[in-house]
Design a protein around this ligand. Structure first.
Ligand code: FMN
Length: 362
């Protein structure tokens, strides 16, 4: 990267702190704008949003801040999952008591597809956002070039060094190294997910040693000490999801926030139960029902569509037993603060933490 300015300059942010994009309503325009205003990089998780809603959210963020921010999408599966058939009947039978309990119904058949990726990307491209990031794969070269030609910094997500190299080859500007502690979906795209469950502590230095691109550490970072540690390990910046989920501006249900604050270090699991894609969340009864049924779980995004009515109703009724409580292993260290106050604390803690790296403290 000899002719590239450092990542922070390219992103035009003061602190090397990225608020993770979190699809599903957590990353409200208020949260994104507050983080960017505080000198970090706010990110809109737009993976599940219709194109028009993305345009509206971008406009709202711009009303709230003139600082840089980014937008994130889910790269679609190469081979789309079957949206009808006996496997879906079987899963609907497993979920039937939950549809009844939450006073909702199974989705129509074939199950509705997710928002169209091309149309989502077009809106983001047209809006000329500062940063475009993605997970679950690699978008095609033409699209990536269009973003870069439009002046966006392009960031991909990798869970192994091999995936980091694939992203480098594809022409991204930086790579998120997503450790196994991370909350939400695994970004794994180049092989089975189990061996790609590499912890942040092990992943970041290996990624930094091999990649000729800035590495952004993600997974289990909850405070300034984690930021300092990641930087010492070779990360150019950090991306925090769970820590920002608990902030005042985050769009999740208050009972979900409470679950984060109460979580113990062993409260989460990586599961395909909610969406058909491995993701880390706090264990709850809906997760247990699906996992223990012994019925094959349809692939993403079909399983996501089958559980969506239950999860939506659960959010309406404040029922954490039937929500997808995405959270990283550090959830118990989350703080219910305004995002600006969290940013301030993170920056101060990171500055305070670094001297202890040479062993002065107990
Ligand atoms: C609720 C939630 C939703 C997430 N949604 C996305 C997403 O839409 N796109 C994405 O690239 N990463 C997503 N992630 C993963 C984050 O980018 C990041 O890897 C993770 O939050 C880092 O681990 P931490 O939660 O321990 O900080 C999500 C994480 C959470 C907790």
């Amino acid at each position: 990267m000899p002719d590239q300015p450092p990542l922070l300059d390219r992103l035009a942010i003061r602190h090397p702190i990225i608020q993770a994009p979190m699809a599903g309503g957590a990353t409200t325009p208020a949260l994104v704008a507050a983080v960017s205003e505080a000198g970090g990089l706010g990110m809109l998780g737009a993976g599940l949003m219709a194109p028009a809603a993305i345009a509206q959210a971008i406009a709202e963020i711009r009303r709230l801040t003139s600082r840089p921010f980014g937008v994130n999408l889910f790269v679609p599966e190469v081979k789309p999952a079957e949206r009808d058939g006996p496997a879906i009947d079987a899963m609907i039978a497993v979920l039937a008591p939950w549809y009844a309990e939450l006073r909702t119904e199974a989705p129509p058949r074939p199950v509705p597809p997710p928002p169209d990726f091309e149309a989502q990307a077009e809106v983001i491209l047209a809006a000329r956002v500062d940063v475009f990031s993605f997970t679950f794969g690699v978008p095609d070269a033409v699209l990536l070039r269009a973003f870069r030609d439009g002046g966006a910094v392009v960031i991909g997500t990798a869970t192994t060094v091999a995936e980091g190299l694939i992203l480098t080859e594809a022409g991204v500007d930086a790579v998120v190294a997503q450790g196994s502690e991370a909350g939400g979906h695994r970004g794994t795209f180049a092989g089975p997910f189990e061996p790609a469950l590499v912890g942040t502590m092990a992943l970041v230095p290996q990624m930094a040693a091999v990649l000729e691109l800035p590495v952004i550490a993600a997974g289990g970072i909850m405070d300034g000490r984690g930021i300092a540690a990641a930087r010492v390990l070779g990360a150019a910046a950090v991306q925090l999801g769970t820590a920002f989920l608990a902030t005042m501006e985050s769009g999740i249900h208050p009972m979900y926030k409470q679950e984060l604050l109460n979580a113990t270090d062993d409260a989460t699991a990586v599961t395909r139960a909610f969406t058909g894609r491995p993701a880390r969340g706090i264990r709850n009864p809906l997760m247990a029902t699906i996992e223990q049924a012994g019925t094959p779980i349809p692939d993403y995004p079909v399983q996501a569509a089958l559980t969506a009515p239950i999860r939506r109703a659960a959010t309406r009724w404040g029922r954490t037993d039937a929500m997808a409580l995405w959270a990283g292993q550090g959830a118990g260290r989350a703080r219910a603060l305004p995002a600006a106050a969290l940013m301030e604390a993170l920056v101060k803690e990171a500055a305070d933490a670094t001297p202890t790296a040479i062993g002065r403290s107990a």
